[in-house]
Design a protein around this ligand. Structure first.
Ligand code: HEC
Ligand code: HEC
Length: 300
């Protein structure tokens, strides 16, 4: 702000306040102290008269107090042109102070978290409070606000895992991300009929009855094309993220149409890596949070 502008603002501000005081004092006195001409002679709506009384005292003093307050304020805080006020307060200074305090508190908190194991973090209410907020911001969009997932997004509250539910594996899933790689099998299985057979077999693994001839044909194909990833008995392979096909817990859905689509077209679920985005401390908090959810402690 140039000195000219600054003085201009100062003069206009002070003149304004002085003007207010003058107006107040000038109107504070009755025009007619003797009280003989209180009626201005203006009448509305038949009987509504305009009188000429001075301002009530309390009201007058309320204005005087606000004038004193404003002058004191302008001495203490910035407001008069480029004058900074005798307290030296500034908006950016206050903001910087708050940020520094918050950062210091956060650093202290995360330093404590870094010294705790994941199970200990999961048992720490303050840590889990922070983790819940992180989860809502970074994970809920895909895994759901209750962490129960949806089609293509695993439920994080149950005991069924694609990649494994021990602390290190959960941490790795979040930090480095995961990429499910299930190719489409329609061509290899000889088209629709082959897909139908394998679908019947896969559904039979979790107890859905079907045509025995079809199931037997599907089992033979399964042994050729699927065992490498889903295992001889269909119990899956956590190293590849190949789901257990026997447990009736489904990533994409367990109805015949959805299972058929999974087999015919393949699936490529992607869990993004979060280490670079959130840093190790926050990823550890989130891993502990997921462990807590899946341990049957349903309180989110
Ligand atoms: C863009 C969507 C998306 C976001 C955001 C996301 N995830 Fe995932 N997550 C997935 C998908 C999809 C999978 C399954 C990957 C697969 O199919 O192989 C997954 C898998 C996982 C797994 C492995 C589950 C298992 O059964 O082994 C964990 C743990 C996990 N996510 C936790 C998180 C956490 C914690 C966050 C927040 C930091 C998060 N995810 C954010 C989509 C997402
Ligand atoms: C190369 C390893 C691999 C092979 C071989 C493979 N799968 Fe998969 N399959 C996967 C993976 C990994 C997933 C999970 C995909 C994801 O996370 O998005 C999967 C997912 C599935 C699903 C979806 C499960 C659910 O919970 O929704 C079905 C059904 C399935 N596979 C059946 C089969 C059948 C039948 C075959 C043989 C014709 C087969 N798979 C061969 C790796 C494989």
């Amino acid at each position: 702000m140039s000195t000219g502008t600054s003085w201009f603002i100062i003069i206009v501000t002070l003149l304004n306040i002085a003007g207010c005081v003058w107006l107040l004092v000038a109107n504070g006195r009755a025009v007619d102290p003797a009280g003989t001409a209180k009626d201005t002679g203006h009448v509305w709506d038949g009987d509504l008269q305009e009188l000429n009384n001075p301002l009530p005292r309390w009201w007058f003093w309320l204005f005087i107090i606000s004038v004193i307050f404003s002058l004191a304020y302008l001495v203490l805080y910035p407001g008069l042109g480029s004058f900074r006020g005798v307290l030296g307060w500034s908006q950016s200074g206050q903001h910087a102070g708050e940020v520094a305090r918050a950062n210091a508190a956060q650093k202290e908190r995360y330093a404590r978290y870094a010294s705790l194991s994941l199970p200990a973090l999961a048992a720490d209410p303050e840590a889990m409070g922070t983790a819940r907020t992180l989860y809502a911001n970074y994970c809920a969009a895909c895994h759901g606000s209750d962490a129960r997932g949806g089609a293509g997004f695993p439920n994080l509250t149950d005991a069924s895992w694609l990649y494994g539910g021990d602390p290190d594996t959960v941490l790795a899933s979040i930090a480095n991300g995961r990429m499910g790689a299930m190719p489409g099998w329609e061509a290899a299985l000889g088209g629709e009929a082959g897909v139908d057979e394998v679908t019947a077999y896969v559904l039979s693994l979790s107890g859905t009855a079907g045509d025995p001839g079809r199931i037997a044909a599907g089992e033979a194909k399964y042994a050729t094309y699927c065992v490498a990833c889903h295992g001889v008995d269909g119990s899956g392979n956590p190293a590849l993220g190949a789901p257990n096909l026997k447990d009736d817990v489904w990533l994409y859905g367990g109805d015949a149409v959805t299972v058929r689509t999974s087999i015919a077209k393949g699936r490529q679920g992607q869990m993004p890596a979060h280490e670079a985005l959130l840093g190790t401390d926050r990823v550890r908090l989130l891993a502990a949070y997921v462990l807590k959810l899946s341990s049957g402690d349903g309180s989110t």
